[in-house]
Design a protein around this ligand. Sequence first.
Ligand code: F6R
Ligand code: MG
Ligand code: MG
Length: 373
Amino acid sequence: MAIKTTISLIKCDVGSLAGHYIVPKPLLNIAEKNLKQAEETGLINSYYVFNAGDDLQLLMVHQKGESDPEIHRLAYSTFREAADKALELKLYGAGQDLLKDAFSGNIRGMGPGVAEMEIEERGADPIVIFAADKTSAGAFNFPLFRIFADPMNTAGLVIDPNMAGGFKFEVMDTMDNTKVTLKTPEETYDLIALIGTVQRYMVSRVWRATDNLICATGSVTRLSQIAGKYVGKDDPVMITRAQHGLPAVGEILVPFMHSYLVEGWMRGSHWGPIMPVGLKDSKCTAFDGPPRLVALGFQVSNGKIACDDTGKPMIADMFDDPAFDIARREAQELACTLRRMGEFEPARLGPEEMEYTTLQQTLEKLKERFKPA
Ligand code: F6R
Ligand code: MG
Ligand code: MG
């Protein structure tokens, strides 16, 4: 029997340094302490704490399965403790994403973002996780399509017979809270028709069609729908599985050689260029952006992250590489082009996405002054 291992990537904006810029060290230390303790007691087997801009990211590898109440409680109590520290330090937006107070077994729907994947370990199982700041889960639609359904991106779709059967995409309708599964290549056009609408339809899971092998899972939430008002974008996370009959790590990364536009950026109300960066540049500056994306690679090994000689998990900082310099350059140029347009569409999001912002208040205020034309 193959070992069953779960990868949980759970994240939360618990407060940050100098506005919505970065998770400062004291908060990272709290996460480090709690996850180390959980590793010592055997609740989790491995962990890695990092930040995507102002979002505290907990990567945990364990054998408790998805949606495990103990794992979710660990994440919740860690975020709570870090938020309390943020409050004490008067950091900005302390407890921002902890929208609900009473934890009842699952952190989903409480504000934090969750991507989880239980796998049966193959001979060797390479994993790439993604974490973005200042954008929403729809930002992953385009690269997920390219990775798993575009033969011009993923040579394996053409060359590797194990991929010839195609992939299945689970798509969430985040407005109606429904989901549908579409199969590529047969339903490619229908898939694009849906997930091209990145603000509403978001890819939540991908499987290999021939054997239902899970190969990608993303955090799909709409914070605004949980909170009932505008509370910023959801800053998504995603887990992908690579190689040996799945897209290669290189095929998973190649869509990010170019920047592309995502919703989010300043006040979650603008189109902005995604900028793939190494961990050292995982921080949002100009116009609270441009939206940043980090990618970390590792090997899952007997229920853990494969470690070095000292027992430290080996983590590859995949965008810390000159191969993505052009994407970063393009992101800078696109950012300048869009910012020259100020608050005029399409730099600013359309009115449907502005529903929780002052646009509504402006319309309300001017209501009486509108006369028949
Ligand atoms: C976007 C984001 C920031 C804030 C902006 C205003 O997701 O977090 O761009 O929306 O800095 O923040 P407040 O309203 O807290 O002053
Ligand atoms: Mg923030
Ligand atoms: Mg954030």
